[in-house]
Write a protein of this length. Sequence first.
Length: 400
Amino acid sequence: MLKGKNIIVGVTGSIAAYKAAYLIRGLVKKGANVQVVITPAGKEFITPLTLSTLSNAPVISEFFSNRDGSWNSHVDLGLWADAMLIAPATAATIGKIANGIADNMLITTYLSCKAPVFIAPAMDLDMFAHPTTQQNLDRLRTFGNRIIEPAEGELASHLIGKGRMEEPDSIICVLEHFFAEQKDLREKKIVITAGPTYEKIDPVRFIGNYSSGKMGYALAKACAERGAEVILISGPVSETIAHPNVTRIDVESADEMYNEAMSVFPHVDAGILCAAVADYKPAVSMDKKIKRESSAELTLQLTPNKDIAASLGAIKKEGQVLVGFALETNNEEAHALDKLKRKNLDFIVLNSLKEKGAGFRCDTNKISIIDQKGAIAEFPLKLKQEVAVDIVDKLATLLL
């Protein structure tokens, strides 16, 4: 999986820098092309000569290596790489990259890198556990960076705890797994619905819900990164996405989302119905603003919207996969399983409003995945980008 891959290895000032030698040797043995970028502090722990010998390439540390006007281009490096790995990553470097403090070659390279970034922290247990470090790591996750969690064990301080950089062989396995599944959805077409729908009462009022679209957009990004061609049918949200594999179709009402989904679904391999579609709409939508003074009370008559999930389930062909979502407040699993069967879904993603940090307007989610046999896989609270990966992993098992 690593043969021919261009990998930047960033080395920072940690006692764990010695592990970078084993890491680089392992990557080269797998056939990867390795370019080492080391911080000034990193050179205090391991010599550029050692890393250059193992990587078969000069080590980059400074912007200007000569006094002849030549310089090392972090932009070119960022375009060259298939992945960037910062290992070891100290608390200082993590803090700088999380906040864009570009004061050395490694960090400017990180900021220019177009490829996925993997970060393997290494520090003492109290530094790793400190709220500042954890906040910085969470922020990097929201950027799409992948954190390779440190292990527990004896540290340089001789204390026992979490902070040891993961072993080189394990890090290489993480990279291999990433490249193995990165394009496993190539040549697959997937339609995803996201966000709320707005059902007009009059030109300035509507019936809606609190959906932010974050989960649906995270799913679109996760599918696109693995090679799928994604059609994202989005309700009104502030989220944005910029990926060449994603085509976004903006809609407002449930009827508009229904029409787009019904038109697209026969031509795709899978559908993920993540949108929070309004169940009802006003029976009559006024073409002029309703004035408060016109009546002491206002009664709205509501009529059901078309059921997108049930309609797609009814026309689903053999080989197509349809995924639904259920947001429940009581008897969650029973309601989700009933919905799965009634709407001919292949699996359903359940989240509960009872879970703090899950559901609408959150950056995190806590889900369970229920399949057609009623088997339930439960996942801990995670960032929605990570939740999306879990869902797409399940989808891939049904498509491949």
